[in-house]
Design a protein around this ligand. Structure first.
Ligand code: GAL
Length: 914
């Protein structure tokens, strides 16, 4: 007996050894690779929709009402039913979203066949050498030209740029023979829109929503040891958006190679519980995919490291989740869960009172003791509470929301994501005192959330601008019934580890506000999905119409009100207007939902053209813009006194007062932080918005200082408006307004006091409305608690004499992605910026860089963005310069203009290895 035993054991071990060897070869570790494949694509867009191939995702309804100038708060309408027998590719695309449909019986099966498989553009042998060579991120429409007029093919609403259309992108990727056993994925962070992908001529899948990030498993279609052909078709419908959507693969694209046994897509979730400065419990979930044909016994080990502000991780882990061993059957997945307690966590929180500390969790999967996959998850440890009285509480501290809404475009760069351009937007907002961003009205680029994590902004991550009912004929309501679950789950899985995200917004001003219980059902379904995916964050949806007694308002955990808080069209200056009309609704919502936090998710919708002033100035604190109140419909300018609004809006002053009168309101988000392309209310013939506190080029409008005075009360500042160049207003009343973080100020004109004024209760600006214009110097001295606090001076300038160039940063990174933003000002002999100058300026660059775009922030300016010549707008113009990758050196940017002294500036492009 003993002998047999002795024999059997080695034999058993011998066979196990073979088994183990086979397994470990199959699952051999080779570092997970995330390879950027942004470079070297070939691109072709059809000249017109008629010319396009018919490889369509689905049939779209006929557009019978193409009006692009509907008021933002027009009532959304019912979807149009389409019945067709046409062949569509949707059935082959739907399976791409399967892992985001929780009910596996609803998963889509790929039908037989390979639509488009014999179409030229998907063939590896197709010669695309006469297509345009481009790099991603790419926005095919941003170079223009702008389409002008009332009946332009793309009107003001969508930004007058040719974003609609059908286009193809092609590129080859080489897959080394050594990758034969790997799983290979194509990760697309955003493609606008209705993307469909062929690999080596096989239709592999796609994703319709242009703002979602998505992944295709392309392993089955690839040939190792060979070049493999990727072909992507996009189809961006006309009449599909209320703003400029951009067109193209406008975010990053990656090739991800892993072991067949790997952490799944967005497969980790780290929640912090019982957070205090003394300790925090971290709960970890890891979803592990086994793509192989064999069962695997996997050990999971996760170590947590702290990150310093440069993103470098600590030498030793600060916490380790116990290793756990689990078996995963072939071709399936499991989710493992574990928790650990961390002492003295460095909490993530918004500046200035808190610090946005971050951690990274390094998850390793081990097979037979060998690492086969490693996956990093950046996260932050923080607690967040939502209270009906105290608002948003981060780590025990109530944080008043000083927020702005931001659309996704980057002005003259379009929708093509650029991290530096996004960072610049946030930096300027931070300077204004902003601590929160609402991503209006769609998922942002993932890198934008890395920025908000690092800089410590609070974020409302939003899903859709419409659900089943439509705002424009071909907007994403078309896909909502079949894709809302996949889109919403994908968004949450992607962004749930970002500490900056504090809530999920499922929709903005959706038509379902008008449909009673039926609309509430849709809201409930979305809330339930979000709650399942992430029990740590509340959901919301923004209401500009729904009232406390309507069923839909029960269905959000945080009440987000657009404009209704301060009342819509209810002040005397607005009384004559038609449309939604409500009294200030904070009290009614607070009474109905005393335990729910109320946030003003959109407020103001004030409009202005930077540095433009129209007289007379309204006496009240808020008025709808018209030809007699702030508007200049001859030139399509709106006065920058900060008092004029859309018909449903309210000036910042009115918004501040209403929030201050209702202290349980948690704060709010201004519409909008920056100007954006499209929605040029009130002047449809323009190309970009008037809403921004900062203009499209990044120049501050006067309103910037009004917000800064309120949001940074300890920052000594005073700001005078308007400019003081009014030769045609000699002896005429020219009101002077002052924004200051002080409480009192004295204004002087040419040394003579015009009186000292104090802010009254619910007053946010100081007004000298009867100043009689004479040229010279305006000076204000501001006081706080009786002490001198700040001053500002505005002088009448001379004629334009010279140009002045300045750079926001002296050094940039020679990585081909960084950007230099160069301001050019028209100045007089004394170097003062001439606030009315509109000289035409030419730009050139010498050294390892190129001019990408120019802009002056004027919504009426139709010069295409790539132009190297542009008029100044009210004294200023912006040039955006990109360094050539891998070529460091001095870059000289030169500005010239007839009859003006030229100016140039030199910046350095450096190797930084980042
Ligand atoms: C709101 C809408 C925003 C924007 C804004 C200004 O009603 O939610 O997307 O359109 O008005 O017009």
């Amino acid at each position: 007996m003993t002998k047999i035993k002795v024999l059997v054991l080695p034999l058993f071990l011998f066979f196990c050894g073979i088994e183990m060897m086979a397994q470990s070869e199959m699952f051999q570790y080779d570092e997970r690779e995330k390879i950027s494949i942004n470079q070297s694509w070939q691109f072709m867009k059809y000249d017109s929709a008629e010319e396009a191939d018919d490889l369509i995702y689905d049939v779209r309804p006929e557009v019978t009402d193409a009006r692009d100038d509907k008021p933002a708060d027009a009532k959304p309408t019912e979807a149009v039913e389409v019945v067709t027998a046409k062949d569509v590719l949707k059935p082959w695309i739907m399976p791409t979203g399967n892992q985001f449909l929780n009910d596996s019986t609803k998963h889509y099966q790929r039908p037989e066949g390979n639509p488009g498989g014999d179409f030229d553009f998907v063939q590896p042998s197709f010669d695309d050498s006469d297509w345009e060579s481009i790099n991603l991120p790419h926005d095919w429409a941003i170079k223009g030209p702008f389409l002008k007029g009332w009946d332009a093919e793309v009107g003001g609403g969508m930004g007058r740029l040719p974003s609609p259309g059908v286009a193809w992108y092609r590129r080859k990727i080489f897959l080394p023979q050594a990758d034969i056993n790997k799983s290979v994925f194509l990760d697309i962070d955003g493609a606008m829109s209705y993307a469909m992908v062929w690999i080596n001529g096989e239709l592999a899948g796609g994703w319709p929503y242009g703002y979602s990030s998505w992944r295709l498993d392309i392993t089955p279609y690839l040939n190792p040891g060979e070049e493999n052909q990727i072909a992507i078709r996009l189809d961006n419908p006309p009449n599909s958006s209320r703003w400029y959507p951009g067109g193209g693969i406008y975010r990053n694209v990656w090739l991800v190679k892993t072991n067949p046994l790997h952490v799944g897509q967005w497969g980790t979730f780290i929640k912090s519980k019982d957070v205090s400065e003394a300790s925090a419990t971290l709960e970890l979930e890891v979803k592990i995919d086994n793509d192989s044909q064999e069962e695997a016994v996997v050990e999971t080990l996760t170590k947590v490291f702290s990150l310093n502000k440069d993103g470098e991780k600590s030498k030793a882990p600060v916490a380790v989740f116990d290793a756990s061993e689990k078996s995963i059957p072939a071709k399936s997945n499991i989710t493992i869960k574990d928790s650990v307690t961390l002492d003295n966590p460095r909490l993530w929180g918004p500046p200035p009172t808190q610090t946005p500390n971050l951690y990274v969790a390094e998850t390793s999967l081990l097979l037979n003791g060998k690492i086969v996959d490693q996956y990093n998850t950046e996260f932050g440890i923080r607690s967040i509470e939502f209270d009906g009285e105290r608002g948003v509480i981060v780590n025990g501290e109530p944080v008043f929301i000083k927020g702005v809404n931001q659309h996704h475009d980057l002005g003259a760069l379009g929708a093509a994501f650029n991290k530096r351009a996004a960072e610049r937007q946030l930096e300027k907002l931070r300077e204004m005192g902003v601590n929160a961003i609402r991503m209006a009205h769609n998922p942002p680029a993932p890198e934008l959330l890395d920025l908000t994590d690092n800089m410590g902004f609070l974020v409302v991550d939003e899903m859709y601008d419409s659900w089943e009912r439509k705002k424009t004929p071909l907007d994403f309501h078309l896909i909502f019934p079949e894709w809302h679950e996949q889109d919403l789950r994908a968004l949450i899985r992607r962004d749930r580890n970002n500490p900056s995200v504090i809530m999920w917004s499922t929709g903005n001003e959706v038509g379902e506000q008008y449909t009673g219980e039926k609309g509430a059902e849709v809201a409930r379904r979305l809330r339930e999905i979000a709650n399942q995916e992430d029990p740590t964050r509340p959901t919301t949806a923004s209401f500009n119409y729904a009232k406390p007694d309507m069923p839909i308002t029960e269905e959000t955990e945080v009440i987000n009100l657009n404009y209704q808080g301060e009342g819509i069209r209810n002040a005397p200056a607005y009384a004559h207007l038609e449309g939604i009309n409500t009294p200030p609704l904070y009290p009614a919502f607070h009474e109905k939902f005393p335990n729910k936090t109320i946030i003003s998710s959109e407020n103001a919708a004030a409009v202005s053209s930077r540095g433009t002033y129209v007289f007379p100035v309204t006496e009240g604190i808020s008025a709808p813009v018209s030809d007699t109140t702030g508007g200049d419909s001859e030139n399509d300018f709106v006065s920058a006194y900060g008092l004029y609004t859309t018909p449903f809006g309210a000036s910042p002053d009115k918004v501040f007062a209403s929030i201050d009168k209702h202290p349980y309101v948690a704060g709010g988000f201004v519409w909008s932080g920056w100007d954006y392309l499209g929605e040029p209310t009130p002047y449809y013939l323009s190309r970009s918005s008037y809403f921004g506190v900062i203009d499209l080029a990044g120049f501050k409008k006067d309103r910037f200082y009004l917000y800064q005075s309120r949001w940074r009360p300890n920052h000594p500042m005073a700001h005078i408006l308007p400019h003081w160049n009014w030769p045609e207003r000699m002896g005429e009343i020219t009101p002077v307004h002052v924004y200051t973080s002080g409480d009192e100020a004295e204004l002087f004109l040419n040394g003579e006091s015009l009186g000292r004024k104090k802010k009254g209760e619910y007053e946010y600006r100081l007004r000298w409305d009867d100043v009689v214009y004479q040229p010279g110097e305006l000076k204000v001295i501001a006081y706080k608690n009786g002490e001198k606090w700040a001053e500002d001076i505005v002088k009448t300038t001379g004629e334009p004499a010279a140009l002045k160039t300045s750079a926001e940063r002296k050094d940039i990174n020679a990585n081909g992605k960084d950007l230099a933003f160069i301001t050019v000002e028209v100045v007089d002999e004394d170097g003062l910026t001439v606030p009315t100058a509109n000289n035409t300026i030419q730009f050139s660059v010498e050294g390892p860089a190129e001019i990408v775009a120019t802009d002056n922030g004027d919504p009426t300016n139709m010069t295409p963005f790539p132009s190297h010549q542009r008029k100044a707008f009210n004294g200023k113009v912006m040039v955006i310069v990109r360094p050539i990758a891998g070529k460091p050196g001095a870059i000289q940017i030169k500005a010239t203009s007839e009859e003006l002294e030229n100016s140039d500036i030199t910046i350095e492009s450096l190797f930084e290895n980042k």
